[in-house]
Each structure stands twice: as C-alpha cells, then as structure tokens.
Write a protein that binds this ligand. Structure first.
Ligand code: ADP
Ligand code: MG
Length: 705
C-alpha cells in the first residue's frame, strides 16, 4: 500500500477523471503519454512539455504580415469560391483589408459550415500562416477564425504539443488546461533563497507558465527549454532523484564499515612484482581507495576509466588490502569469458604473493563447485573471481571484506545490493569502462565517490581508424592478408542485425565461412550461443596465436585483452552506438605495435550516422566520444538498450540541465547532512517531492531506520 500524501491525489488521478476526457480520448492520451500497462495520470499531462508555441499577437495589416510565421489578421470576407462540382479541388475564400488580400484554402471544406463561420461582407479575425503561392498570398486551413466577441477568449500566445494520431495539439492543450485547474498548492521543497536568487516561480506557477506562456519570446523549443518554468520543474525532478540517491547512500554509510586494510605490506609486495609502474592516476586511485578502506565508513567507490586504462590492477590491489586485514575479497565480472580472463591474469600474481584464488562461474559444477564453496565458507580461499554466480544463494563467505565489480553498467542496482549482503559491511569498488559523461555519471552513480583513470599506460600507440564502404570488402580482405603475413592478429566483429540472435549468428557464420575460404584454419569463430567450453577454447586459440582472425558477434566487446591483436574490423559500424564502437576499438592498440580499426559501413549514411562515424575517426578520447554521443542522440540511448534501471526523466534534459544536476546533488547532500530523516518543515515538503517524482522507495529506508 502506498503511503503517498493525499495532497498529491489529484495529480496521481487517472486522466480519464478529468472533465472532457472520455473513453475515446483516454486511450489516445495513453498512446501519447502513458507507459505500457499504465493509464495516463493527470500529472503525466502536466509534465508534457510543449514543443513550441503560436503567437496570436496581431501583426498589423495583410501587407505587413510576415510570410511563413503564425499571424492573426483582421479581414473582411469578399467572396466564396467552392470547387466546381465533381472536381477534387479545394474550397477557396477570398478575404482582404485595406492593404491587400489573402485566399483561405480548405480541403474538403463544407459549404454550409464555411458560409456560417465566414459570411460574405463580415469582418473576422483569422490566425494561421500566410504562404506565397505563385506570387499570391494564401493561408491553408487557418488555425482559428473568430469574430469580434470570441477574439476576447483567444490567448495571445498558445503552447503547441507533440501529437499522436487522433489528437490535435489544441485538444492536448485543452486537457492540460483542465488538468492545471486540479494542481494543488504544495509545500515549497526548494530553498526559498535559491528560488529568489534564480528568479524561479513556485511549482504551481511553473506548471501554469510552462503551458500558458504569456509572451512570444518564449515560443521556440530552445526558449522553452531554457525558460525559468521548465528549469524549475527540471530542478525539482533532479533534486528528487539526487535526494533519493543521497538517502540510500547515507543509509549505507550509517551502517558502520570496517577497517579493511593492514600495514600495506601485501599491497606493496604485489605492486613491486608488477612488470610496470602504476600511472599517476592509478596511483591516485589506489590512494583514494586505501583512504576508504582504512576508515571505518563503508566504501562505495566508482573507478571510472577508459578501455585499456588499467583498472584491473587497481582492483587487485584493493582486494589485497582486504586480505591484509584478514578478510576475503571477490571480483565479479559480467561475462564468463571475462571472469576467466581476470582469473588467468590474476592467479599467477596472487600465487606469487602467496594468496589463494578460485574461479566461480555458472560452469563450475558438482565436486569442483562444492570444493570452492567449502573453501569460501571456511576462508581457505582468500580471493574469489567469478560472474554473478558468486552472489547467488548458497554461496557463503567466511568473512568477505571487499567486493570489486567490473564493468558496472551491465549490473543493476539490485545486483549491487545483493553483493553487499554477502558480508558484513562489505566495501565495494565498482569499475566501469564505459566513459560516462559527467552529467550522466551523476544520475547513475550519484550515490558513489568517484576515482577516474584519466591517462593510459605509457607506450600506447594511437589507433588509425578508417571508414570503408561494404562494397570495398575485397580491399579489407586484402589488407588482412598483409596483416597476417606481418604477424598481426585480427578481430572481426559482426553486428546485431536482426531482432533475433539467430539472425546475427547466421551473419557471423557466413563471414566466418567466407574468411575461411581465404585464410583456412587461421580463422576462428566465437559467439554467445556457443557452449562455454567451446567459447573458451576459441578464445584460447586466438590469444595463444593459434588462430589469426577471430570472427565474433559482440561477445568480445568487454574487457578481453590480446596485446598482439592490432586490427579490428567492425561490420555495419553504423548500427553500433558510439560507446560500443569505442569499447570494441579499445580491444586493439594495447601492445607496442601500431593498430588499425576499420569501420565498415553500408551506405548511404544519414547525416547523424556520418557525423558519428567521423567522430570515431577523429578521436580516441572516450569521454569526448560519449559527450558527443549524448549531444547527437540524447540521454536515453547513450548507455544502450541493455541498460536496466535507467532513470527516465520526464522534465529534465541532461543536455541543457547539466548545471542543475550538479547543484541538485550538492543540495541533496546538504539536506541529508542536516536533516537525515527529513523531519524538518522542508524535510516534510521534500518527502512530498519524492512521492511526486516516484522516488519514494528511498522513504521506506527512512522508515526502516
Ligand atoms: P581496463 O581498464 O580496460 O580494464 P586492463 O586492466 O585490462 O584495462 O589493462 C589493459 C592492459 O594494460 C593490461 O594488459 C595491463 O596489464 C596493462 N597495464 C595496466 N596498467 C599498466 C601500467 N601502469 N603500465 C603499463 N601497462 C599497464
Ligand atoms: Mg577491464
């Protein structure tokens, strides 16, 4: 049962309770605004932001009226010219003032109705856009035709809304108007001084001003986005999301953490055994993490670093620290291939340092699995590497101190929590390779501290990226022949083509066969439908150099590390997200040789697709690519459709409200510091805000504590 304050009831009421919204209209509104399976509510209507507006301000005479812009003119009706009988021509009506004339055009116009609303000899106000047609002014389907009396009721400025079939902007505007009358006065949850300083209206005024703009300067989509009313509402929404995150975070913090660090000897020993020195930002991250581990607060830290920036080592040193403190550590990877690779990389180092490490994925079964489970339970296994299988029921640690989660964006918040529950106050380090723009990082990970690996290990060569049309595939094959002769290895990625994995598979298998025709046994294939053992075998043959070309679906996307691979071919590159292309490309350029990435596309490319591929050619900077992706595609798609738990914003737009997001986070932290249980007057109002934007699961935490 929801404990939503009843003051919000009018906003959560279904839209079909509004006068005028009957059984015919409601489904249309659902199609426009509703989420699947959920009927539209009054607030969904209110949060539907106009896309533009129409000015009804009088633009003077016919001769002066600007062409192609919405105008309202005062004219007298001169003549009706119905189409000749039997011809499918429009109905025309000539109107004029002292300065000139305009022909009004009606397709399917009904004579009787038109004679009634535009009687010859009478004066009328007509709104719409004037266009020139063969040098003459005409107006097709005026928006409004009003007489002296009804002009009074016409707003000077009218908001325009995105449409759906069967619903005109005016109808939507009408229902929103009715909804506006239902908005209750709500307690102010924002800091009044802040509102004053930024000249922002209160919640109810903001909604009203958003939908009933009072001057023509606020009418473009851009102006609407930047104007105070929408910004106020966007800030409300951002504050709600940041406050919810801050509450979760403070709850986790309030649970006492434990000191998960010893005197540093083990970390030092591992560090000096590395074949390389840490980069500056790796060293800084290790220091940040040590600081967290030494403190008795719980660690919840995000390690963000571009592909190849060397996150794994930082993860290993973090785990070593827990072991120094006499506890266990775990590293969770999103796929079996990756878990296995981490294990193979880390096991020798661990062994050298005298640590015991085990691998646990869904594939360890029977006796092997039981042995590992026993080792985890009695503490004889100090480090566990694995997939989410690590955190399923039946897996018990003797004393888990630290959990490292690799490639976080594939895990949802729930999995993160499940992982924390495997031990007492587990310190958590989350590593993500997706270069998430700062703005997005805040919305996804606003509850975490962040360390960034901003530099790549020394000695990396730049990757040359080229765009090639699919018609030139023979040249690509030729180039690959030369690369193999040169001792290089090649990744060949086939894309997600169809809705089903089997179609993708067919494409990859076909390419595999074709390449085998040229290069015989030097070609390997790996895809998601293969049995785990076969997958490993294929990966193993490639990384040991047995095969030279590895054809794959996107299973190699994350994390795989084969330094001798210097060529990456990506087919249908135009179908991938930029972030994904960047991830894929990050698989090469890891060794001392220079590397090449071939983005093979199927033309003709649209403008955006062209710009995106061009971007890939120009830079290797993952953050720049991500920012650009955000700009080109909008927030929703940047992290890909695989994303779960995407915080969908109704009003906030991260491209324009990035500044507000930072402010909302700081505000939320301050609120939680001062009033952790939201009991003050503002705290009570903030509870209303959380319910309003449906972030109220955070309130349950308050109650539980
Ligand atoms: P990612 O951040 O993508 O997970 P990895 O941890 O897989 O990157 O590291 C990529 C490669 O760089 C690995 O082969 C790793 O051993 C190597 N590496 C990590 N740190 C350094 C460093 N400081 N100097 C040189 N090579 C490094
Ligand atoms: Mg990695």
């Amino acid at each position: 049962m929801s404990l939503r304050p009843s003051i919000l009831d009018p906003l959560f009421a279904p839209a079909n309770t509004l006068p005028g919204v009957g059984p015919k209209i409601a489904p249309l509104l659902d199609r426009l605004l509703g989420e699947p399976g959920k009927p539209t509510r009054v607030m969904d209507l209110l949060f539907h932001v106009p896309t533009s507006g129409i000015s009804r301000e009088m633009k003077g005479s016919v001769a002066d009226a600007p062409i192609g812009e919405p105008v309202t003119i005062s004219v007298s009706v001169v003549a009706h010219r119905p189409p000749p009988p039997g011809r499918r021509a429009p109905y025309r009506i000539l109107v004029e003032d002292e300065t000139g004339d305009v022909t009004l055009i009606f397709f399917n116009g009904q004579k009787a109705r038109l004679e009634k609303i535009l009687p010859v000899g009478e004066r009328r106000y007509v709104s719409g856009k004037i266009e020139l047609w063969e040098g003459r002014r005409q107006m097709v389907h005026p928006d409004r035709i009003l007489d002296e009396k009804s002009i009074e009721s016409l707003p000077a400025v009218e908001a325009v809304y995105g449409l759906t079939e069967g619903l005109s902007s005016r109808m939507v505007g009408k229902y929103i108007g009715v909804a506006l009358d239902k908005v209750p006065g709500l307690p102010e949850w924002q800091d009044p001084a802040w509102l004053d300083r930024n000249a922002l209206p209160d919640f109810r005024q903001a909604l009203s001003a958003l939908h009933r703009p009072d001057n023509a300067a606020q009418l473009s989509e851009e102006a609407i986005a930047k104007a105070a009313p929408r910004r106020r509402l966007a800030y409300d929404e951002l504050l709600a999301s940041q406050l919810a995150l801050a509450l979760v975070r403070s709850r986790m913090r309030r649970l006492p953490g434990r000191v998960n660090a010893g005197n540093g000897h083990l970390v030092e020993r591992l560090r000096s055994a590395l074949p390389f020195g840490l980069t500056g930002s790796q060293a800084k991250a290790v220091e940040d993490i040590r600081h967290d581990l030494v403190s008795d607060k719980k660690m919840l830290r995000l390690l963000q670093g571009d592909v190849g920036s060397g996150k794994t080592v930082v993860g290993l040193l973090t785990m070593a620290s827990a072991i120094e403190a006499g506890r266990q550590a775990a590293m969770m990877a999103p796929t079996e291939i990756l878990a296995r690779q981490h294990y193979e990389r880390l096991a020798p180092m661990a062994e050298q340092a005298g640590l015991t490490m085990a691998l646990l994925t869904g594939r360890e079964k029977g006796v092997a699995r039981r042995t590992i489970l026993a080792g985890l339970a009695d503490g004889s296994i100090q480090i566990a590497v694995g997939t989410h299988a690590l955190f399923q029921e039946g897996v018990a640690f003797q004393d888990l101190g630290v959990a490292v989660v690799d490639e976080q964006h594939r895990f949802g918040v729930h999995q993160r929590l499940a992982l924390g529950s495997k031990g007492e106050a587990v310190d958590i380090l989350v590593m993500t390779a997706t270069p998430i723009p700062r703005t997005l990082a805040l919305t996804y990970f606003g509850d975490m501290d962040v360390s960034v690996l901003s530099e790549k290990p020394a000695g990396r060569k730049p990757i040359a990226t080229k765009l090639i049309a699919i018609d030139r595939l023979d040249e690509v094959v030729g180039g690959i022949g030369r690369a193999i002769a040169n001792g290089d290895q090649i990744y060949w990625v086939c894309p997600l083509v169809g809705e089903s994995e089997s179609i993708d598979l067919a494409a990859a298998e076909e390419r595999f066969e074709m390449l085998k025709g040229f290069f015989g046994d030097q070609v390997g294939l790996v895809h998601g439908k293969m049995a785990g053992k076969d997958k490993d075998a294929a990966m193993e043959r490639f990384s040991s150099g047995g095969t030279k070309i590895l054809v794959s679906t996107t299973v190699i996307e994350v994390g795989v590390d084969v330094p001798n691979a210097t060529v990456m071919v990506i087919e249908h590159a135009e179908r991938f997200g930029l972030a994904q292309l960047h991830q894929l490309r990050g698989r090469i350029g890891r060794g001392s040789k220079s590397s090449t990435c071939l983005l093979v596309y199927k033309g003709p490319l649209g403008q955006v697709a062209q710009a995106r591929l061009e971007m890939m050619r120009q830079t290797e900077d993952g953050f720049r690519i991500a920012e650009e992706d955000l700009r080109l595609r909008g927030e929703g798609e940047v992290l890909g459709t695989r994303q779960s738990g995407t915080p969908g914003f109704k009003l906030a737009r991260l491209e324009v409200d990035g500044d507000l997001l930072g402010a909302a986070r700081d505000d939320a932290r301050l609120i939680v510091d001062r009033d952790p249980d939201l009991v003050s007057e503002r705290g009570q109002a903030l509870r209303v805000l959380l319910y309003l934007f449906e972030r109220d699961s955070a309130i349950r935490l308050l109650r539980a504590g």
